[in-house]
Ligand binder design. Structure first.
Ligand SMILES: [Zn+2]
Length: 198
């Protein structure tokens, strides 16, 4: 990741990235966020969700039978602080290794890792056309950033039933209704503009 983005994220989430400036032997975080810029928001959102969960213990049921909730007692903690041990790409997916946390945090991390397979690691593009090489250097990218187009397959190519659904949508023709914002509809973005660009 670009050094300035790396520095920014470490400043934004100092508790999670507390090991960022440790010597190489002490923590893998010494090497920084070993991913490309396209996954910036994936990491930013993951860290935001983790830290706000830790910093905001849930309200507790009042003891007076009213059925109402009140803020938790002073000093209540949700779970142990999450500390990132290593952030990298492996087999085309995000890997976020950490200590601390609980089952909820594990769910957040699992979700981000799963989602990474649908987001170009180079530019952050996320759509039907993101995929990975079918051999050699496996990496999640859009078509534009594919390492080898000869063996590049989109995620849809790996999911024939979804490909059929998209084919049907395409056969129905472009969506006529103009969106109020004047932006492209999802359909136009996926099937219209993209083809012009490629
Ligand atoms: Zn890309």
């Amino acid at each position: 990741m670009h050094q300035l983005l790396d520095e920014y994220l470490c400043k934004k989430y100092p508790k999670i990235f507390v090991e960022r400036n440790m010597p190489p032997g002490a923590s893998c975080m010494h090497w920084g966020l070993a991913i490309n810029d396209g996954w910036y928001y994936l990491i930013d959102n993951l860290c935001h969700n983790i830290q706000s969960y830790i910093d905001n213990p849930p309200w507790v049921l009042k003891n007076d039978g009213s059925g109402l909730y009140e803020p938790p007692p002073e000093g209540t903690t949700t779970c142990e602080q999450v500390v990132a041990k290593q952030v990298k790409e492996k087999f085309s997916g995000l890997r976020f290794y950490y200590t601390g946390g609980d089952k909820y945090v594990k769910g957040l991390v699992d979700g981000a890792q799963r989602l990474s397979h649908y987001i170009c690691e180079d530019c952050g593009e996320m759509n039907w056309f993101v995929g990975r090489n079918d051999g050699g250097w496996i990496k999640t990218t859009c078509k534009k950033h594919a390492r080898d187009l000869n063996v590049f397959k989109t995620n849809v190519d790996y999911e024939p039933e979804l490909a059929e659904v998209l084919k049907k949508i395409k056969e129905e023709g472009p969506v006529k209704k103009k969106p109020l914002t004047g932006n492209l509809t999802l359909f136009e973005a996926m099937f219209g503009k993209y083809e012009e660009d490629s």
